[in-house]
Write a protein that binds this ligand. Structure first.
Ligand SMILES: *Cc1c(COP(=O)(O)O)cnc(C)c1O
Length: 373
């Protein structure tokens, strides 16, 4: 009943009230953290709904209820990492499943796909542009379409409703990794996606201190299989991390809003700088990539950055700069990377919630080093 009432509310309201008022015994406002691994049966043959922590945990359930609601879905399952969320989603599909995937993906997803392909479990085909994806869908036979949009790190936006419609017309299920935009900017379930994934390590938790993932679906049949598979394989999220993630979620809307404002200011600055060859930004969100005119200066740039931190990952309140070539995308062979535009001159920024002036001053000073000033 509570969930239904919440579903009609705005995203900001659902987020701010993540997991509240779930403990009638004490009236605690904030979700308790339930560490107990096991639960007393009221009587023989009875259950409170909670029996053993791997199967179900009340703190995790509170979190899952919020995550489902913000993606406009009925069900969510949180996992120990984004990667375990991806492997959980794929556990739905039998050996031999044919998957059409966008090439410009998170490097870790690409690595796992390659491993599955090499083991002969799944058959992946990659496309580099939306038109190519739609054309391939028309002529080929695929069981699953896997999309990350905007892409990573080239920041190309794909037309989700069009892709979902074309996929369903061919009987293919659609999986969307919604990590970059978060539900604030993109709601793939509303567009008809079958499964939505997040690395909750990024925007959803938002503070660079939780490793977590989530699989979301509106379809009872898929959820029941996912629930069974997750309980079987066991890559669930701990109660404490579930609590931290819930706490982070409360400010998601505010963080995203500020990250976007900051990113727009940073993009305007970068576009005007002579050391910057190209800026890749889809217009919203906190992720910005840019190409530096002289890639040999990249080590200097990274050594001189002070307000940004040179580190992989994204989506936290602290701004980070990543060099995908040697960090997030190092497992993609150089010729493959270069062929689709992930070149050695590209840096990726995750813009946080600091003051935009400090971020711009930092980039300016580091780019001056590149100028040799
Ligand atoms: C980080 C990331 C993942 C993997 O998530 P982990 O939480 O690091 O396991 C998957 N997809 C995208 C888009 C990511 O950024």
């Amino acid at each position: 009943m509570h969930l239904e009432a919440k579903n009609v509310r705005a995203l900001e309201t659902i987020l701010a009230q993540a997991g509240i008022n779930k403990d009638p015994r004490t009236g605690a406002l904030v979700s308790p953290v339930h560490f107990s691994t096991t639960y007393q049966h009221p009587e023989f043959g009875q259950s409170t709904g909670y029996d053993y922590i791997r199967t179900k945990n009340p703190t995790r359930s509170n979190l899952e209820e919020t995550l489902a609601a913000i993606e406009y879905a009925k069900y969510a399952l949180v996992t120990s990492s984004g990667m375990s969320a991806i492997s959980l989603a794929f556990s739905l599909f039998p050996i031999g499943t044919k998957i059409l995937a966008v090439r410009d993906l998170y490097g870790g997803s690409f690595r796992w796909f390659n491993q599955e392909q090499a083991a002969g479990r799944f058959d992946f085909t990659y496309v580099e542009r939306e038109e190519e994806l739609l054309a391939e869908l028309k002529q080929g036979e695929y069981d699953v379409v896997y999309v990350e949009t905007p892409t990573n790190p080239l920041m190309v936006e794909y037309d989700l409703p069009a892709i979902i419609q074309a996929s369903h017309a061919k009987g293919a299920k659609v999986i969307v990794d919604n990590t970059f935009y978060s539900p604030i900017y993109q709601n793939p379930i509303k567009d008809g996606a079958d499964l939505v994934l997040h690395s909750a390590t990024k925007y959803l938790s938002g503070h660079n201190d939780v490793l977590a993932g989530v699989v979301i679906t509106d379809q009872t049949e898929l959820y029941e299989k996912l629930f069974y598979n997750l309980n079987t394989t066991g890559a669930v999220l701990s109660p404490f991390d579930s609590y931290l993630l819930m706490r982070g979620l409360k400010t998601l809307a505010l963080r995203m809003e500020r990250a976007t404002e900051n990113a727009q200011s940073v993009v305007a600055f970068l576009k005007s700088h002579p050391q910057v060859k190209e800026v890749l930004y889809p217009g919203k969100g906190g992720m910005v990539s840019f190409k530096i005119a002289d890639p040999k200066k990249i080590p200097d740039f990274l050594n001189h950055i002070k307000v940004f931190t040179f580190a992989e990952s994204l989506g936290g309140v602290e701004s980070l700069v990543t060099y995908p070539t040697t960090q997030t995308h190092a497992d993609i062979p150089a010729e493959v990377r270069e062929s689709y535009g992930l070149t050695d001159d590209l840096l990726r920024l995750s813009i946080g919630i600091e003051h935009a002036d400090d971020l711009i001053a930092d980039l300016k000073a580091a780019l001056e080093v590149c100028n040799g000033l």
